[in-house]
Design a protein around this ligand. Structure first.
Ligand SMILES: [Zn+2]
Length: 289
């Protein structure tokens, strides 16, 4: 080993330790949330696989595990907040198997403030046999509670935001978690920013990199704003008879003046998803999304 490597390695370790800090667990919740949800205890950062995987980069973000019941089913969720900058975008992550989306949410929360809420289901897409993103209807406790939490932290004027990871490739006839720019229908239309690449981690051009919008009618201005930034768009036309009880459909039908932006990237490619977050946040703060 050269003499200078002996000096550099301890220095590097010192720099890393002094900048990373340590994630805070079990932080106090705002008063009115205490009646809505129960605080569960996170014994350590290893009590959640998502926190354990990200603890090196979470700095002093705050993490809570919270729970509530809806018709006998217990829902567990991870709530992560930037308490230094509590006002900011707030993201919903319904699928616990989409790890790279959660890693991107940590990045967004550190950079832009706000926070995120993620369903916990032992690393699975389904929680107790149910898809958490096919469970939104106006009368359910699940819907009311999830929106109560989101609206406690979401900065006024910002749209509802979600993050998903997309499995590589596409399946023409269904296939969960396989949304792709290459599949288009009259109900869910594809608006590519340019040439679509098919393969592993093709960045913004990948068939799996897309911003998913939804509404009762096409919003060409939002589509063009994203396309001009090099971002692919899928736009779902929603009406009451085709309602699939996803969050996108719920917002299009019941909260349409707030807007909905869902950033999807290929599973494992949180790098591209972070780039998309930066582009989307730029457009949001310009009032164009
Ligand atoms: Zn998903």
């Amino acid at each position: 080993m050269k003499k200078n490597t002996i000096v550099i390695y301890p220095l590097l370790a010192l720099v890393l330790f002094s900048t990373t800090g340590c994630v805070k667990l079990n932080c106090p919740l705002p008063q009115d949330l205490n009646k809505t949800v129960k605080k569960e205890t996170l014994a350590s950062s290893s009590s959640s696989a998502d926190i354990k995987r990200n603890s090196w980069s979470m700095g002093d973000l705050c993490a809570n595990r919270i729970s509530f019941y809806d018709r006998g089913q217990k829902w567990n969720l991870l709530l992560v907040r930037n308490t230094k900058q509590p006002q900011g975008p707030f993201w919903y992550l319904p699928h616990d198997n989409e790890n790279s989306a959660l890693d991107a949410a940590v990045y967004a929360t550190k950079k832009y403030g706000g926070g995120f809420l993620a369903v916990e289901a032992n690393g699975n897409r389904y929680a107790a046999g149910k898809d958490p993103n096919r469970h939104f209807n106006p009368s359910s406790t699940y819907t009311k509670t999830v929106f109560k939490i989101i609206d406690t932290f979401r900065k006024k004027g910002l749209p509802y935001l979600t993050l998903h990871s997309n499995k590589e490739g596409h399946k023409k006839y269904g296939g969960e978690g396989t949304v792709s720019m290459r599949v288009s229908s009259s109900k869910t239309r594809s608006y590519p920013a340019g040439k679509i690449e098919v393969g592993k981690k093709e960045g913004l051009k990948d068939e799996d990199s897309l911003v998913y919008l939804a509404g009762k009618s096409i919003d060409q201005q939002k589509i063009s704003a994203l396309n001009n930034m090099g971002v692919n768009v899928k736009y779902e036309l929603v009406n009451h008879s085709s309602n699939d009880k996803s969050m996108s459909n719920y917002i299009a039908l019941h909260k349409s003046n707030y807007g909905y932006v869902n950033i999807e990237a290929e599973d494992g490619d949180s790098g591209t998803q972070k780039k998309m977050i930066d582009k989307v946040m730029k457009l949001i703060y310009q009032g164009r999304l």
